[in-house]
Design a protein around this ligand. Structure first.
Ligand SMILES: C[S@@+](CC[C@H](N)C(=O)[O-])C[C@H]1O[C@@H](n2cnc3c(N)ncnc32)[C@H](O)[C@@H]1O
Length: 377
């Protein structure tokens, strides 16, 4: 059975997520601001949950309709085939948001959606009472310009929660964003990679997962695994498929940080992710790094000066690290920071920069690649 799914994305990552879904054989992929939709069966949904690197979650779209009154909302919800998805004992809480719409009160919409779904299910299951003790079917709605979209969350915890990052210090990068940075860096299998501000190791770990074709969410579970309307063999098949794609690599990834405790946590995180043999962790001040390799790529998320240290200190660090980078030969660099004049501090104009959001913080990914790519020819 073909369904429509919606993947919320961080702003700026829509194209990357659409491309990833293409590699996973999703059909009819469409990218919009902050989301990507696709079509597929339950196997495609399970595959997206397990193997997508940069999408936030996979929502099963149940229906879409216009509503400007609570009556229209109630009737539109009641008309959906809830009994196909929600069993008698399932738990089905409702959450969502409304933007630029006549129905703007989210708590009221939540209550009406719940009431309408219950009304429909009462008839099917011939009961007035649902104790909701079974599997969780989180109903998620959005109302945008009066169009109501009703979905069920197949992922459960957000897909950035891979399960490997139990330990982190201040300001860890969201895993989905780190994976997108690796993808944007055109990181190639076997290449040397360096993150000199590694913190909890997210970028290095995501790079190792990418280089070994390892699905990032292979080791975690998903809400829809408990759904009785989806055969357990769907998940088994997709896990086996993901395992069959893993390829060992000879890539070498260097991760360092000035903070010894962070480096130790990063090492434990890499072990949990199953990629520690590809990553060399060390305690080092980025200002002291010597260019011990040629080519390769630096991918980094240095302190911004907003959360971790004073702005002036961050600027001094960018200046010093710019001098370090100039000593590297044919090495690309992809540096994420919220500083709008990073390039003048770093001392080199970026070939390109791209606006990305690290949580609520507007950042730019400064990309240095032209010289290095030229020398590859
Ligand atoms: C924004 S955090 C990086 C977070 C990391 N990407 C993660 O996902 O956990 C910046 C890191 O830079 C480190 N740092 C600050 N000054 C440094 C320096 N001079 N040399 C190396 N690392 C430094 C901090 O200890 C911190 O871990």
């Amino acid at each position: 059975m073909t369904n429509t799914y919606l993947v919320p994305t961080l702003f700026g990552l829509e194209g990357i997520v659409a491309r990833e879904l293409g590699f996973l054989d999703a059909q009819n992929i469409k990218a919009y601001d902050g989301k990507v939709t696709f079509e597929g069966d339950f196997n495609t949904m399970a595959r997206a949950n397990i193997a997508m690197r940069s999408g936030e979650r996979v929502l099963l779209v149940l229906g879409e309709f216009k509503a400007v009154t609570f009556d229209e909302l109630f009737e539109g919800i009641k008309a959906l085939p809830w009994e196909k998805y929600i069993g008698k004992d399932d738990c089905f809480p409702v959450k969502g948001y409304s933007l630029n719409s006549a129905l703007f009160s989210v708590p009221d919409c939540q209550a009406i959606i719940k009431k309408a779904a219950v009304e429909r299910l009462k008839k099917t299951y011939k009961t007035d009472w649902f104790d909701e003790s079974g599997a969780k079917k989180q109903i998620q709605f959005s109302i945008q310009k009066d169009i109501v979209t009703v979905m069920l969350d197949t992922s459960g915890e957000g897909l950035h929660k891979r399960g490997y990052r139990v330990a982190s210090k201040a300001a860890p990068l969201r895993e989905t964003l780190a994976a997108a940075m690796v993808s944007l860096s055109r990181y190639r299998n076997g290449e040397i990679m360096l993150d000199p501000f590694c913190g909890s190791g997210t970028i290095g770990i995501e790079a190792a997962l990418y280089a070994t074709y390892t699905a990032p969410n292979l080791r975690r579970s998903f809400a829809a695994e408990k759904w009785s309307n989806i055969d357990a063999k769907v998940w088994q098949e997709e896990r086996e498929r993901a395992i069959s794609k893993i390829k060992p690599t000879d890539c070498k990834i260097f991760c360092s940080d000035i903070d010894a405790e962070a480096v130790s946590m990063a090492g434990s995180n890499a072990k949990r992710a199953g990629v520690s043999k590809y990553i060399d962790f060390s305690v080092c001040d980025a200002r002291d790094i010597k260019p011990t390799f040629e080519g390769g790529v630096i991918i980094a998320n240095p302190p911004y000066g907003e959360r971790l240290m004073e702005m002036e200190e961050a600027i001094r660090l960018y200046k010093s690290f710019g001098k370090v980078y100039k000593r590297f030969n044919n090495t690309r660099a992809y540096i994420l920071t919220s500083h709008e004049d990073f390039e003048s501090q770093f001392g080199i104009k970026a070939d390109k920069n791209r606006k990305l959001y690290n949580g609520m913080i507007k950042c730019y990914l400064y990309q240095y690649y032209k010289n290095a790519l030229e020398s590859r020819k």
